[in-house]
Design a protein around this ligand. Structure first.
Ligand SMILES: Nc1ncnc2c1ncn2[C@@H]1O[C@H](COP(=O)(O)OP(=O)(O)OP(=O)(O)O)[C@@H](O)[C@H]1O
Length: 238
């Protein structure tokens, strides 16, 4: 069973070259899949298609077996965007309650406070987002996703900008989601994080999948994910 399955996904903006050109891969249930690619390779376009913010021009996307635009599919996935935009006029508690309500859930305040404390934000849960630093906003996005614990969590470079301690904790929390049988699509350029955490890696370039294999196989073949990526980019294969 796949929590996310993409086949033949194609997307062009206007008449320019295709941002996505027949992309296909899956996020198997209970796994963490890393999504890698240089700037402009199509990662954000792919994620926007998955969350129905852009319409696929060809191809299919299913979430837990349902077409991605269906309400039941949307309820099963949560998206952490690469920016740190949060409603400034809400407290984190109000923001968490609002996101939870989208999924028909209620936040357990004790659990939320405990999470905030573990992520180094003790006593800040009822403060306005307006007063948060960039890293605190990124951590808030992550913690809210951990509170709602959806079948599929898609992280678009959200971990960039959090401090080392929070990153370490985030890795443990994401591994915890996997241990519960939930899935994560983790878009990051942090090669060591992917090598530690991702079961599989998808490497995109110019809207096409270049590599899609278990991380251990890619590391065994290329020495490291970093060498795989830079080796490919420096080669004449592009
Ligand atoms: N709104 C848009 N209008 C026109 N072209 C776009 C638009 N958004 C993205 N593109 C183009 O589509 C291609 C893929 O962009 P996309 O943002 O999906 O890549 P990315 O892998 O997420 O890049 P980055 O790592 O820089 O965030 C690029 O060539 C980009 O210029």
């Amino acid at each position: 069973m796949n929590d996310l399955e993409i086949t033949g996904l194609t997307h062009s903006y206007g008449r320019d070259a295709r941002a996505l050109d027949g992309v296909g891969f899956a996020v198997p249930r209970g796994s963490i899949v890393g999504l890698l690619g240089p700037n402009g390779s199509g990662k954000s376009t792919l994620i926007k298609n998955v969350f129905d913010l852009l319409r696929p021009q060809a191809g299919t996307i299913t979430i837990d077996g349902s077409p991605h635009a269906a309400p039941d599919a949307k309820r099963k996935a949560v998206y952490l965007s690469s920016n740190d935009y949060l409603p400034e006029f809400l407290t984190a508690a109000e923001y968490a309650a609002m996101i939870a309500r989208f999924y028909g859930l209620e936040v357990d305040r004790e659990e939320a406070l405990e999470l905030f404390s573990r992520f180094g934000m003790d006593g800040r849960y009822d403060d306005l987002v307006e007063d948060y630093s960039h890293g605190m906003r990124k951590k808030t996005q992550l913690m809210v996703a951990l509170m709602v614990r959806r079948r599929l969590t898609v992280i678009d470079e959200t971990l960039n900008g959090v401090d080392l301690e929070a990153l370490h904790l985030a890795e443990k929390e994401l591994a915890g989601l996997r241990d519960e049988g939930l899935s994560v699509l983790l878009c990051t350029h942090d090669f060591p994080v992917l090598e530690r955490l991702a079961d599989e890696v998808v490497f995109l370039d110019r809207g096409r999948v270049v590599y899609n294999a278990p991380t251990a196989d890619l590391v065994a073949e290329h020495g490291s994910l970093e060498r795989m990526v830079y080796g490919y980019l420096e080669s004449g294969e592009r």
